[in-house]
Ligand binder design. Structure first.
Ligand code: PNW
Length: 503
């Protein structure tokens, strides 16, 4: 069974742990380049809280997380980690952990409460991000800013369906981006336009497990909506890359790009040519969907055009020009990566809204072999070799330096503080994945430039609420006390060790 729909659900959380440390792959502490930067990542809705404080407008997540019956494990992020009110303490904590880069997202509706190009700006929202950025810079921590991490202003959704109206969304997003570059661009040197367009397209507009929750049951058009949403994101991204390059880059000297997520796929039955083709095809449908237009400046992959037909929007000739112009301006490939899966070609005809190329995915192959030990999320398996292969795949296809903008895992039992602090499973996962980066760099010749762990602290995991804990810092949701887990200390020490080794 495909696990895509359960990727974020609480039902997926209770996987047992028995074999999880049973694998004996040793962490080798392989070297990394001296100038390799490491940091931690978060997203606004997941940590900030302060849902309506200081004039913040609602986003689609404020609405979705309050639906009755609940679609989010009965939980919302009105308070969450209360980072909005505890930000100075959090920045000090980052500094004490030796964190060099902090990737966070701006809440669009905090800085423009209604979101639109003619709507008023919220000075208090701007002041919060200015203060955050100043504190980071004062401690030598580099800010990396994501403009869109899934929280479309609710007013834009109400006005025109948000990402479903390409022209309206493009215009509003461009104004929001310009405001951010103008306000923060003197100190921010790395920008991400969109986080994981695949997830916004498929999970929010087909499976319905993320806001705004469009799915077949809700009566929306799942055959075309995800592809329209992806199209809107690609064109909005392109506009803003060109805007940054023309208007801001010459004086601000920063970089801009996008963050794409994706699993690596192995064939379900390695002896079957159909499954081998399925694994390849799955990656094209997952990553090539966005990667080809963004980094190659051209149309969607041919496999997708022929499979999806008129479900896939066309780029107009002038839009193709924009894609072509913007492609070389994307300075890095932001990679969010967590795990590997098996892909199997299905023989029955696909559902009419199929988005995979008629492929089923699983964590177990035809011989009953698991792709790796399970974390607290059943789909998230420890599979560092797949990570290494994915780095190679992306490098070969796009030839852009890669920054790993998210990687991490939740462990079982982390509601309990003592268990959370002693997070051996996470330390091993991170250690093995850093070894994979080292191999990709030194053995495979891939340009990997940095690594940001997901996440700085435990936070609101979307539909799964506060179930899975991905933080390297534990958060007690009653007292909001932060306690570093041993993985935080491991990261600080391992980067010292790995970068101290001369070649
Ligand atoms: C990312 N997958 O989502 C998001 O950027 C974060 O906000 C989120 O908390 C984190 O990963 C952990 O889930 C993902 O299917 C969603 O591979 C899906 C996948 C990966 C990441």
């Amino acid at each position: 069974m495909s696990q895509e729909a359960s990727m974020f659900s609480a039902a997926d959380v209770a996987v047992t742990y028995s074999h999880s440390l049973g694998h004996d792959l040793p962490v080798e502490e392989l070297r990394l380049p001296e100038d390799f930067g490491w940091g931690a990542a978060t997203a606004a809705y997941q940590i900030e809280g302060a849902a309506s404080q200081d004039g913040k407008g609602k986003s689609v997540w404020d609405t979705y997380s309050h639906l009755q019956p609940s679609r989010t494990n009965g939980q919302h992020a009105d308070v969450s980690c209360d980072h909005y009110n505890r930000m100075p303490e959090d920045v000090d904590l980052m500094a004490s952990l030796g964190i060099e880069v902090y990737r966070f997202s701006i809440s669009w509706s905090r800085v423009i409460p209604l979101g639109g190009r003619n709507d008023p700006v919220n000075e208090k929202g701007l002041a919060f991000y200015n203060d955050l950025i100043n504190r980071l810079v004062a401690r030598g921590i580099k800010p990396v800013v994501t403009l869109y991490h899934w929280d479309t202003p609710q007013a834009l959704y109400d006005r025109y369906g948000g990402l479903l109206d390409t022209a309206e969304f493009r215009a509003d997003f461009a104004r929001y981006a310009r405001l951010c570059f103008t306000q923060f661009g003197d100190r921010v040197r790395k920008w991400v336009t969109f986080n994981e367009p695949y997830i916004t397209s498929i999970f929010a507009h087909l499976n319905g497990t993320l806001a705004p929750g469009h799915c077949r049951e809700a009566g929306t058009d799942t055959k075309t909506e995800p592809w329209r949403v992806g199209h809107t994101i690609l064109l909005s991204h392109t506009d803003v890359v060109l805007m940054y390059a023309c208007e801001f880059q010459p004086s601000q000297k920063g970089d801009i790009s996008i963050v794409l997520n994706g699993h690596f796929y192995e064939p379900f039955d390695a002896g079957s040519p159909a499954d081998r083709a399925a694994a390849k095809r799955r990656m094209v449908f997952y990553i090539g969907w966005f990667g080809d237009p963004v980094f190659l400046g051209r149309d969607y992959p041919a496999e997708m055009r022929s499979y999806l037909g008129s479900r896939l929007p066309e780029f107009m000739p002038e839009e193709r020009d924009l894609l072509r112009q913007a492609a070389p301006l994307n300075a890095f490939y932001g990679m969010n990566h967590y795990s590997t899966k098996y892909a199997r070609k299905l023989s029955e005809p696909p559902a009419e809204d199929d988005w995979t190329g008629n492929i089923e995915e699983s964590s177990v192959n035809s011989e009953g072999k698991e792709v790796g030990p399970a974390s607290a999320m059943g789909w998230l398996r420890v599979a560092p070799e797949g990570f290494r292969k994915l780095l190679g795949w992306v490098w070969e296809r796009y030839h852009v330096p890669i920054i790993v903008t998210e990687n991490g895992c939740p462990c079982v039992g982390e509601d309990d503080l003592a268990t959370a602090v002693d997070d051996k499973f996470r330390q091993r996962y991170l250690g093995l994945y850093l070894d994979a980066i080292s191999r990709a760099i030194y053995e495979d010749g891939v340009a990997v430039k940095g690594y940001y762990v997901w996440s700085l602290m435990d936070n609101y995991e979307w539909s799964a609420g506060y179930g899975p804990r991905y933080g390297i810092v534990h958060v007690d949701y009653e007292t909001l006390k932060r306690t570093p887990k041993n993985s935080a200390l491991y990261l600080r020490d391992t980067f010292k060790r790995r970068r101290g080794v001369s070649s």
